[in-house]
Every structure is written in structure tokens, then in C-alpha cells.
Design a protein around this ligand. Structure first.
Ligand code: FEO
Length: 170
């Protein structure tokens, strides 16, 4: 595995850990508002991000690359409201999608086809990540962020359970 790819993968590991941090910060915001279902959704999301980072970490090691963990940036703690949080989530995921696509492109230019095959899982996962955030934006907009509708949405989101990412189990 060449240095360019090694550096790019280490950078992506950092971004995935930052994603986990960001969603934990959002979970704490919801928890403080007593929105336990929303907080649960974000806690599960944070665990999934940890898996995304570990998938890349494992791939680097498997290929004889050097893992270099960097500092994790401080996530925001100032969130306006529920809609704002899911809009920020979508923007963040769009940014991650861009980074995954750049990595995929790099695997082509560097002719690293093992990496390219591995990254397909991430390309597909990002489609789901963006769709999930968009769905929540739409639901909050349709139902409104108050009263009984908020209670019902919170209850729906409390049902989300963490399942280890298949990139770690296959
Ligand atoms: Fe690891 Fe939410 O993408």
C-alpha cells in the first residue's frame, strides 16, 4: 500500500471518529431535552461511525499499512433545535460521501483494486446515511417538532438498535 493511500485512509479514519463524536454531542443535546428516543438514535449512529472507522483501520492493518491516529476535532455543542440537528447531520453526511468518493477515485488512479473493492461498502453505506438524515428532516417538517407528534417520533426513534456494521463481520 503506497503512502498516498495510507495517508488518505488515516484521514478518513479520523473523519469517521469525528462523526462518532459529533453524533454523541447531538445525543447529549437530546438527552438534556429529555428526548430519549432521539438521543438513542444518535447514540446508535455514533456506534455505527465507530464501526466505519474500525473497518478502515482493519483494512489498513490487513494491507500492511501504518495506522496513525490523529487528534479528533471538538464537535459543535450549540444546536438550535431538532430540525437544525438533522439538517446538520445531512450536510455532514454529504461531506463524508464526497470524501468517500475521493478515496474511491484515488483507488482508481493508484490502481489499488483491493481498496476499490473494499470501498464499495462505504459508497453504498453513504447512500443510506444520507437517506436516513433526509427522512428525519422530512418527518420533523411534516409532523412538526412539538406536542403529540414529537412524542410519537421520539418513541419511534427509541426503537433503533445497534447492529455491528457488516464491514466488520464479513
Ligand atoms: Fe461514516 Fe455517517 O458515515
Amino acid at each position: 500500500m503506497n503512502n498516498t493511500i495510507c495517508t488518505a485512509l488515516n484521514q478518513q479514519i479520523n473523519k469517521e471518529f469525528f462523526s462518532s463524536y459529533l453524533y454523541l454531542s447531538m445525543a447529549a443535546f437530546f438527552e438534556n431535552q429529555n428526548l430519549k428516543g432521539f438521543a438513542n438514535w444518535m447514540r446508535v449512529q455514533a456506534k455505527e461511525e465507530n464501526d466505519h472507522a474500525m473497518g478502515l483501520y482493519n483494512h489498513l492493518l490487513e494491507r500492511g499499512g501504518k495506522v496513525e491516529l490523529g487528534e479528533i476535532k471538538k464537535p459543535s455543542t450549540d444546536f438550535k433545535d431538532i430540525l437544525n440537528i438533522f439538517e446538520e447531520t445531512l450536510i455532514h453526511e454529504q461531506n463524508i460521501t464526497k470524501k468517500i468518493h475521493e478515496l474511491y477515485e484515488l483507488s482508481t488512479t493508484e490502481k489499488d483494486f483491493a481498496l476499490q473493492s473494499f470501498l464499495k461498502w462505504y459508497v453504498d453505506e453513504q447512500v443510506e446515511e444520507e437517506a436516513n438524515a433526509q427522512e428525519l428532516i422530512d418527518k420533523v417538517k411534516i409532523l412538526g417538532g412539538k406536542g403529540e407528534a414529537l412524542y410519537l417520533l421520539d418513541r419511534e426513534l427509541s426503537a433503533r438498535v445497534y447492529v455491528p456494521a457488516t464491514i466488520l463481520t464479513k
